[in-house]
Design a protein around this ligand. Structure first.
Ligand code: PMP
Length: 354
């Protein structure tokens, strides 16, 4: 039986994507060869890379100013690549969680960083708001969704400087005008595909202004010039991502999946708020559609029983992050509503039998 996997990343992918990816490993395009044996310079693989980049452009409705790249190194490498490519004098950062904080730490190794707001003192239970961005910064860095705490930016600021955004845990989950961003990056292993590739969307008009002579791999322009094939790309991750992007298109694209994601989140938050045995972790207005964090009100009384119940029901991966505790149900694009219904049923059952 396939379990309902609520892990934060790597995380669940649609069954058909797993099936298609498995088939391609054994026999890619009926070639008698495995996807992971063929040359990345072969016509068939170049077509995969081209189609994946084009489909991201279509799904995100990107203008020609914006380029789509599939890189490696995870979002973690982007913490450094973003300032290396865009920071000339100073950049503003918002500290909204542990990954935001990690991005600040990396950027400080490269240049002058102004942390304009932080919710650290409140254990990152809300998104910092009402901050001022200095006019002389090269960009503002934001983390769209804080995977660990379950908070998500609902409205992005309208600014005079480019926004650089870590969308690792909510990329392609909700519709917005992506052309407003100077740079977007996301490790694939949540909504995009398997671990091993990083999706980068960059406004190429912002590049080439820092005067830095970058090592080739760290230079976005090199990857743009080489159509994301500057070196051997992660062929399997890109192929599985393409299958997942096609699945997303069938869900009605980003707007279609947003509707499903809202319905799933409403169902689960509704139960957390209704059920007297549970409570949410962060402030209501900033609640994430992707990572739903909650606590049991009385761990001593119910934790052992609840843990046994959801495991027996076929649910995995709802343990909270080690520094937060409690529970975190990650309900990314590929989590079907049936999985959320099952979790809600288990929560109700705990109340009934308490
Ligand atoms: N940013 C966010 C918001 C994340 O959730 C993660 C990983 N969970 C990262 C950055 C780090 O990503 P990676 O492991 O791909 O380097």
């Amino acid at each position: 039986m396939r379990k309902y996997n609520f892990s934060a990343g790597p995380s669940t992918l649609p069954s058909e994507v797993l099936q298609q990816s498995a088939e391609a490993i054994l026999n890619f395009n009926n070639s008698g060869l495995s996807l992971i044996e063929i040359s990345h310079r072969s016509k068939d693989f170049i077509a995969v890379m081209d189609e994946a980049r084009t489909l991201v452009k279509k799904l995100m409705k990107l203008n020609d100013t914006h380029e789509v790249l599939f890189l490696q190194g995870g979002a973690t490498l982007q913490f450094a690549m973003a300032p290396l490519n865009l920071l000339k004098t100073k950049a503003a950062y918002v500290d909204s969680g542990n990954f935001a904080s990690a991005s600040i730490k990396e950027a400080k190794k490269i240049g002058n960083i102004d942390v304009v707001a932080s919710s650290k003192e409140d254990n990152y239970t809300h998104i910092p708001k009402n901050y001022t961005v200095p006019t002389d910064v090269d960009y503002l860095h934001l983390t769209a969704n804080n995977t660990v705490y379950g908070t998500e930016i609902k409205t992005f600021p309208e600014l005079h400087v480019p926004i650089v955004c870590d969308m690792s845990s909510d990329m392609l989950s909700r519709d917005m005008d992506f052309n407003k961003f100077g740079l977007i990056y996301a490790g694939a292993q949540k909504n995009i595909g398997p671990a091993g590739t990083t999706l980068v969307v960059v406004d190429k008009t912002l590049l080439g202004k820092t005067g830095r002579n970058l090592p080739s791999y760290l230079d976005y322009q090199v990857h743009i010039d080489k159509d994301s094939m500057a070196n051997t790309p992660p062929v399997f991750a890109v192929y599985a991502t393409l299958m997942n992007l096609k699945w997303l298109e069938k869900q009605g694209g980003v707007a279609g999946i947003e509707k499903q994601n809202k319905a799933k989140a409403e169902l689960l938050y509704g139960e957390i708020d209704r059920n007297p045995l549970f409570r949410g972790v962060c402030v209501e207005e900033d609640r994430s559609l992707m990572n739903v964090c909650f606590f049991l009100n009385d761990d001593e009384k119910y934790k052992t029983k609840f843990d046994q119940m959801w495991k027996e029901a076929g649910i995995v991966g709802i343990g909270g992050y080690r520094t937060v505790g409690g529970y975190r149900a990650s309900i990314y694009n590929a989590m079907p509503i049936e999985g959320v219904q099952l979790l809600v049923e288990v929560m109700k059952e705990l109340e009934r039998t308490a």
